[in-house]
Ligand binder design. Structure first.
Ligand SMILES: Cc1cc2nc3c(=O)[nH]c(=O)nc-3n(C[C@H](O)[C@H](O)[C@H](O)COP(=O)(O)OP(=O)(O)OC[C@H]3O[C@@H](n4cnc5c(N)ncnc54)[C@H](O)[C@@H]3O)c2cc1C
Length: 250
């Protein structure tokens, strides 16, 4: 099977994210960048399909040189090669999706995998946009995947509010992976060494346009300190009043 996984780099989950001086972007100067955690489920899904059916796994990422590092991190888990769409200006989700769709248009993919969302901008949009741009069926938030290569069919279980939904798609298709789809493997030392010599093709970005503009970005206001109203039942009436009048819970 010809499998592609789109991978993004995001700030480490331990990082204290700062807003840049322009008040519109994340300050990336002192942050540790990692492979987007949801993309690890996508990588694992593609590697398991390669183990089962054979074929090749290619990683695609659009962005600056850190994106090349993220392709290497995925290659250390397994897979064959990478495509780095090199640009210092990725723009919004639509622009990123346009770049990825252009790179994948004639690639002959059977399945293009994405993470459910990037944990930086949290749009959950790129995978579905790429599917639409390429005219492919897609399933998002996928927690179970069963591929019938002969029948060219994929049966997926997706998470929906309060339940699960089973959908059937025909190949080629786009799948966005949710936590629970699998248990991503750790890169082995051998895998890390092998990744250094796996090919990463650098391609120029196509002309792509952002349809949105971030006008302001700010951190949430610091939490107010908690209030202790008392330590026995005499505090209950005041607690009820505050829940009703201030917290407006009921
Ligand atoms: C106006 C604007 C300008 C921006 N400018 C920059 C910039 O100059 N530099 C910068 O680094 N970021 C920039 N960003 C942020 C960056 O473009 C976002 O990563 C992008 O909007 C994707 O949205 P998301 O991260 O929420 O992706 P989601 O839709 O949440 O991501 C879903 C999945 O899509 C895939 N994916 C997402 N992004 C990429 C990618 N770049 N390559 C491969 N696969 C991907 C992954 O599989 C991911 O799990 C900008 C955002 C906006 C709105």
């Amino acid at each position: 099977m010809k499998l592609f996984v789109c991978v993004n780099q995001v700030p480490d989950t331990e990082t204290k994210v700062k807003v840049g001086q322009d008040g519109k972007t994340i300050d990336r100067s002192e942050i540790n960048l990692i492979l987007n955690p949801y993309d690890e489920f996508a990588v694992e899904a593609a590697l398991q399909l390669k183990d089962k059916f054979g074929g090749e796994v290619t990683y695609v990422s659009a962005g600056n040189d850190f994106h090349k590092e993220v392709i290497r991190k995925a290659l250390a888990m397994g897979g064959d090669k990478g495509i780095h769409i090199k640009t210092d200006n990725t723009g919004d989700s639509y622009s990123v999706a346009s770049m990825l769709a252009a790179a994948l248009k004639d690639a002959g993919a059977d399945i293009i995998f994405f993470g459910k969302q990037s944990i930086d901008y949290d749009d959950s949009a790129v995978g579905t946009m790429v599917a639409e741009m390429l005219g492919l069926p897609s399933a998002s938030v996928v927690v179970k995947l069963n591929v019938d290569e002969g029948a060219k069919k994929v049966v997926c279980e997706r998470e929906i509010e309060g339940g699960k939904e089973t959908v059937e798609l025909t190949l080629p298709c786009v799948i966005s992976a949710q936590k629970g789809l699998n248990e991503p493997r750790y890169p082995s030392l051998k895998g890390i060494m092998a990744a250094k010599s796996k090919p990463i093709q650098e391609v120029a970005p196509p002309a792509a346009q952002s349809l949105t503009e971030v006008t302001a970005m700010r951190k949430p206001a610091p939490k107010q300190p908690g209030k202790i109203l008392g330590t026995d039942k005499s505090a209950v009436p005041e607690l009820i009043r505050l829940l009703h009048e201030e917290a407006k819970i009921f």
